[in-house]
Design a protein around this ligand. Sequence first.
Ligand code: ARG
Ligand code: GLU
Length: 727
Amino acid sequence: MQRLLCFFFLLPALVCAQGGMWLPSQLEKLNEKEMKALGCKLDADAIYHANQPSLKDAICQFDGGCTGEMISPEGLLLTNHHCGFDAIQKLSSLQHNYVEDGFWAQSKAEELPAPGVTAMFVRRMEDVTLLALQDVTEGMGEKDRQAQIDKNIVQIRANTKKEKWEETLVRPFYNGNQYFLFVTITYNDLRLVGTPPSSIGKFGADTDNWVWPRHTGDFSMFRIYADKDNHPAPYNTNNVPYKPGHFLPVSLDGIEEGDFTMVYGFPGRTDEYLSAEAVRQTGAVLDPARVSVRDRALKILDSYMRKDPAVKIAYVAKYASIANAWKKWQGEMLGLKTYKAVEKKEAYEAEFTQRINANTDWKFKYANLLPRINQLLREMEPYALARDYYLEACVRNNEILGLVASLNSWIESYDKNGAVGFNTKIQENASRLEEFYKNYRPEVDEAVFAGLLELYAQNANPDWGGTYVKQMVAGRAKPDDFSGFAAYIFKNSVFPNQAKMKALLADKPENLALTLKNDPAYLFYKGLNSAYIDNVQPKLQTLTPSISLLQRQYMAAQMVVFKDKRFFPDANSTLRLTYGPVRGYEPRNAVHYEFQSDLDGVMEKYIPGDYEFDVPKRLIDLWKAKDYGVYATSEGKLPVAFLGANHTTGGNSGSPAIDARGNLVGLNFDRVWEGTMSDLNYDPAICRNIMVDIRYVLFIVDKYAGAGYLLKEMKLVQGQKKHKKKK
Ligand code: ARG
Ligand code: GLU
């Protein structure tokens, strides 16, 4: 009920604990009071300070898409297992299968360099809106506006005082109503310190993904190395462990329901301020289309993976990545519907309209916004659907067409510039291809290709590629014989064939270019792509900027009209803080989820030999002996994961869960099924983030892996928290 009240009457946010991903530099103004009311003991400037050490100095963007945190004065970094997975997989071989068996360096000398892995810290951030929007006028077209802003940003970056090892970036916030400058520093000598085996780090795999209760030890550890001045330097044996401006003490106190937590990290993308129509379209039109394509791809992949363990190894990571979004979209569709997101947005819009109608000035400025947005969105709908079908069926989940698409500009450049440029790119593309073939099976891809094209031909508007696909199929095989057509392509194209491709790359550039340009997979891709470029793209290109412009105006209008409401900017892969209590939830009548899981639950799910639910023997032994040491709860259980009402999204993986005093209590890695809609419709009653309990991390490192020496470099704290009465 409180949820409804908050929504309809827009009570002051303090009562609602509304969630949000806040800017660390604005906490004092917007959040400090609420945070303290929720139990936080830290001042805003202990969390973020531009010139003094603060919590932010312990937080980095890990490898571009995740978050990591410093947990020792010697650059020890904690992140998720699924964030480190790429590096772990690359470092593995048949002799050293770290994915299967885990790995723990027994000393710094044993740590494994992880080439390409990065850690980016934010030194400071500044509101540069006035400078970024200088000379931008109301009447400007979107193109000119963007050109002016880009020019301003170049100026801003040039005028920013920074050290030579630092970088700058400027990003739009609130749909382009505000701009912030970030001064950052990126380290690129990272080394793998340790990882549990997948049977712990990935326990539950795809079946448990996005679902509570969860029993995954989703963590891994790296160490950042720097030059002797503590500055970034490429890998070098002379580099020394990085000394962070701050590292998080690790709490052994554990958490209880209601405890204050905050999650500090780099959330990727949310869209909380769209119109009801946009949300309806996502949940009712676009999500179902994307899901249907991935459904088909996953079923085909699964059938091959079950038949052949080697195929399974080759495709397990790809399968997990396709399945991750596939499952999330289904949760999102369900959540939007069950918790009436569209109806709530409509009520909000009714309130918006009522308020502007009562104010002549607002009415003049804003009355057209929503009707216009909705009109354009409806006009856009078939094209947005065509785009998603095309991307899902012909690019993202279609390996061979995806490969051709990614090489297309290189191949085309031969026509324009001849051997110039083409030559130098051969090497670059050779390594890209090497990477591609490592886990590629043409027979699997052929089946996926046939299946997805069939779906595409049936569903894509005839003019937007449907007819083209059918014609091509009929031309090479019998009508609707998609398998026959796939067989033709895969037999005659060089792209699926590593040996042929390798020989070709060693050939003269003119032969290489000519062969690729006449390749049947390439020609088919070109035709398909032209249908898209000619018939879908132009409309998208005219509608998208108009909708962005209106969305920017609608965002600004919401902030004016609902002055009593606090607005956080949508996630955009920049540093954010979210906070909320540790809390279970009630997704449906008579269903209550506890806030914490423990090792007994791992054993409940145990299926010997299963690829998702096997449990290593050593962990079973520790469970039987109840050998949990100081990591047990007061009830003698070993905590594994817990829930909080923190507003998180993709990119928050690996983010620390920090307690009221600034200590590490958990590691964020997922959200609950009913709450995956939070990217469009955050609802504090339902949406929960899932964290690994830090005591489980310590237990695995110490008791399971025997790497307890790592704990010596951490700052373990205990007894800081007065235990509250259980509610
Ligand atoms: N759902 C989590 C996040 O988006 C975890 C993904 C990795 N785990 C997995 N089972 N695929 O990205
Ligand atoms: N697993 C997600 C990630 O990799 C975080 C969970 C979420 O999307 O909330 O970033």
